[in-house]
Design a protein around this ligand. Sequence first.
Ligand code: GLN
Length: 303
Amino acid sequence: MDYEGILAQIAQEIAAQTDRGTPADYIPQLACVDPAHFGMAVALADGRVFTTGEADTRFSIQSVSKVFTLSLALGRFGDRLWSRVGREPSGLPFNSILQLEHEQGIPRNPFINAGALVVTDAILAGHAPREVLGELLRFIRACAEDEDIHIDDAVARSETRHGDRNLALAHFMAAHGNLHHVPALTCGTYFHQCAIEMTPRQLAMAGRFLVGASGFPSQISTGSVRRINALMLTCGHYDGSGDFAYRVGLPGKSGVGGGILVIAPGRASIAVWSPGLNAQGNSALGTLAVERFAQKTGWSVFG
Ligand code: GLN
């Protein structure tokens, strides 16, 4: 397959787009990112990586980090995690509080903010935030085979200063006994995990542990790999998850920094970054880029 040619065609199509979406503005530090950025990387089993655009520029991975914390939590707690968080698409925005009242403080899934806060709260058990963030960075660096991955403190501070909504979610869950640390501590850890910055190349490399085929290093079990992919397909794009599955046909996890990690099971890990978001808070042109990539390669989980 001519991956280089395919990526070059996609970059050309993306460059020609005039409507690039809008960068997230509720985290001021992200609002000033230029929507013109675009980078994409594809990591294959044999170790080859193909890229286009700004594949070596760092961006804020934001909610893509939820894939890594979920992996750590499943490794530590297994199925016990599911007593605190569900596995159903929410059909609501990523930061919605609505369902929590109906469902006794149990968030619908681990990829909406409420669910991710519970996952972070779970891995905080018996550990200080600094230890949890250290373990998370070690895990991501090992997956990416790259030590040069860090937290952007300015982004973490910016979100902490404007974190009322996530604090509200955390307090609401605490009221239902589904938060085991004080909301400020769980939220603070979560804001720092979201502020990890990576390049598209690093993210594609790190995602290989979810490809589930020989040649791809993985630190987690085959069963967990399949289940995390199932959750990415059904819940990875919030109330845009159905549309992403329809258009792309591959599991993906987005973040409000404009990044998307996409897994082609058995084939490759793909990362794309374009900071402009659509109405659901997912990268507008990132989605278009991976839609085109799936069309041109013929890759799909549906055969
Ligand atoms: N840190 C962001 C928040 O909690 C992550 C949201 C996202 O990437 N969808 O709002």
